[in-house]
Design a protein around this ligand. Structure first.
Ligand code: ADP
Length: 595
């Protein structure tokens, strides 16, 4: 049902309600008024008739029916009422409704209520159905006395029909008024609702067209009332929405341009690992088919490392990162970062192709390895000849001094070359580890053998505090020795005399019982490493204080080698340091299936 019909119906309802309640009220009011009027009319008629009867009735005690009835008939006709004269014994002597024999045959009226009341109380009024005429009357009876002697009762009656017909007239009037009222209500309804419904209709049409995509549609406002204001506000609101949509589409376009022109692949997958978006770079990198949206990533691209990374991001609900070899392009390496977007339970996968960088790194590493290799032979020769010269010529002090310098520098160069070769070997990834199960304490003795003299010389204390209860580790013993040597060598080099070096370890488990790790700490009370250098000391040739480091005989490759040895063992290394207080190097080694 539309608003207009509803409004018109409510108008009609109001009119009907008013008419109905008015009808009810008028009916009862009119009934009361008519009742009173008829009663008083009856009273007047009865009183007048009584006076007439007293005057006109024959002055004898025995009446004849004819005499009295003709008198009663005349009086009744004049008063337009039913008139009856009843004798004290109940005989009906005259009645406007009965003549002759019928009158005589009328029964004893002394038992009628009105007659009884007139006799006992001076007047009697009652509404009842006449036993004679069988119609409903209002009777009013008065006693008729002459010379203080009761000679009979005069009774006046009016048919109730008169009251009902008056009420019927009133109801008819009300019905006519009601019909006119209804017609008026409908007409007013049609005109007045038009003003309300028209703007609403307009608004409905416009909202429909906006919902259909025509956001530029606006409502025409030509009223100033509340509805006009509503339409105006609607137009304002639509303007705002339009502006916002424009802004969002500009942003979207910008974003799309960026995503389309990025070298990095960007992929969105939902909680069910189905692709919801992929930029062109991702399509190429993962060799996605045309209809990739909605398809599971695993179904399209079977890269186990990518699946594992996605699983890791799902389970840990944190950013997962790994360097992965992408399957479609041979030798294509990529850094993949998966970021969970918690609110949407989606994952953003960013793929950064690092094949080129890795290739350059390999070329550089190969070059360094080749140069180092080529340098090794001439260096050995130089060193050999210098040693021979030193042994054979002892004459000139100056000459001896030069030869010692040549020997010292060639030894340093050899160290550098072998460190470079070692690093190149570790970086190439094809180091064959000769792993064996051993306890970390098995490194204690060999370390003491290497460092005892220098520790004594500089008055440093080495505390080796690794519990025997610690599980064994699976490492290449000879290679791993280098880790301890490098870290303790640095601790000795960068700790002033009288300081302390502590090697300790404990077991630590990360997130599940499956993987357990041993954490080793090499702590010194040395000069410390400034904050800005802390992340760089693992780079090759990086030194905090180049002059000092060189004097200490370092090559600047020790920590880079240490880091790579740990990487080969699936471990990792980091440090904590405070200037002037000391440095702690922490490294972890996984223990698989032992705890
Ligand atoms: P180097 O052969 O010069 O020692 P490393 O790679 O072993 O080269 O160390 C890199 C640099 O890190 C060092 O030159 C030194 O500045 C700093 N470093 C390493 N270990 C320590 C330490 N225990 N205390 C202070 N500085 C250190």
């Amino acid at each position: 049902m539309n608003i207009r019909t509803q409004l018109i119906l409510s108008y009609i309802g109001i009119v009907l309600l008013v008419l109905f309640s008015m009808g009810l009220y008028l009916r009862s009011a009119l009934k009361g008024v008519l009742d009173k009027r008829i009663t008083s009319e009856l009273e007047v008629q009865a009183a007048l008739t009584r006076e007439f009867l007293i005057e006109q009735l024959p002055k004898i005690d025995s009446f004849t029916h004819e005499e009295i009835d003709s008198l009663v008939d005349r009086l009744g006709e004049a008063g337009k009422v039913r008139l009856t004269f009843i004798g004290t014994d109940g005989t009906v002597w005259g009645d406007t409704e009965r003549e002759g024999g019928a009158l005589i045959a009328m029964d004893d009226h002394s038992t009628r209520r009105e007659v009884q009341d007139a006799k006992n109380f001076g007047s009697g009024m009652i509404d009842r159905v006449s036993m004679t005429t069988e119609t409903e009357y209002r009777y009013f009876a008065l006693p008729v006395e002459r010379n203080q002697k009761l000679i009979g009762f005069c009774r006046v009656a009016l048919p109730k029909e008169t009251i009902n017909s008056a009420l019927g007239n009133q109801q008819q009037m009300l019905l006519y008024a009601g019909i006119v009222g209804l017609i008026l209500a409908i007409l007013i309804g049609i005109f007045s609702t038009g003003a309300i419904v028209k703007p609403i209709k307009k608004l409905t049409q416009i909202t429909q067209s906006i919902a259909g995509g025509e956001i530029s549609s606006r409502v025409e406002v030509n009223t100033n009332n509340e509805l006009g204001q509503l339409l105006q506000n609607f137009n304002l609101m639509t303007d705002r929405v339009h502006e916002q949509i424009d802004k969002i589409s500009v942003e979207n376009q910008r974003l799309e341009t960026i995503l389309n022109n990025m070298n990095e692949g960007v992929l969105l997958v939902n909680g069910a690992s189905e692709i919801t978006y992929a930029n062109p770079a991702a399509v190429v990198m993962l060799n996605l088919p045309d209809m990739y949206v909605g398809r599971a990533l695993i179904e399209i691209n079977r890269i186990p490392e990518l699946q594992a990374l996605l699983l890791e991001a799902e389970q840990t609900d944190t950013v997962a990162y790994a360097e992965i070899r992408l399957g479609n392009l041979m030798e294509s390496e990529a850094e993949v970062t998966i970021v969970p977007v918690a609110a949407e339970s989606e994952y953003v996968i960013v793929i950064h192709d690092v094949s080129h960088v890795r290739k350059l790194e390999r070329i550089r590493a190969d070059f360094v390895a080749n140069v180092s290799h080529e340098l090794r032979t001439p260096l050995t020769t130089i060193h050999g000849y210098a040693e021979t010269l030193l042994n054979s010529s002892t004459k000139s002090k100056k000459r001896k001094e030069f030869i010692i310098k040549i020997l010292k520098h060639s030894a340093r160069l050899s160290r550098l070359v072998s460190d470079l070769l070692e690093l190149a070997r570790l970086e190439s990834g094809d180091v064959e580890l000769k792993r064996s199960q051993c306890h970390l304490n098995s490194f204690h003795e060999p370390i003491l053998d290497v460092f005892e003299p220098v520790l004594e010389e500089s008055g440093l204390v080495l505390n080796w505090d690794i519990p025997e209860s610690l599980p064994q580790v699976n490492v290449d013993h000879q290679l791993f020795m280098q880790v301890f040597v490098n870290l303790i060598d640095n601790a000795i080099k960068y700790t002033p005399d009288g300081g302390e070096i502590e090697v300790s370890a404990e077991l630590s488990s990360i997130n599940s019982d499956v993987v357990n790790e041993v954490v080793v700490h090499v702590k010194d009370t040395g000069i410390g490493i400034p904050l800005e250098s802390q992340s760089r000391v693992f780079e090759r040739f990086y030194r905090v204080d180049t002059g000092r480091a060189r004097k200490m005989g370092g090559t600047g490759l020790g920590l880079a080698i240490t880091k790579h040895i740990l990487l080969c063992h699936n471990g990792r290394i980091w440090l904590e340091s405070e200037l002037g207080q000391g440095t702690v190097f922490h490294f972890v080694l996984p223990i698989i299936g032992q705890v």
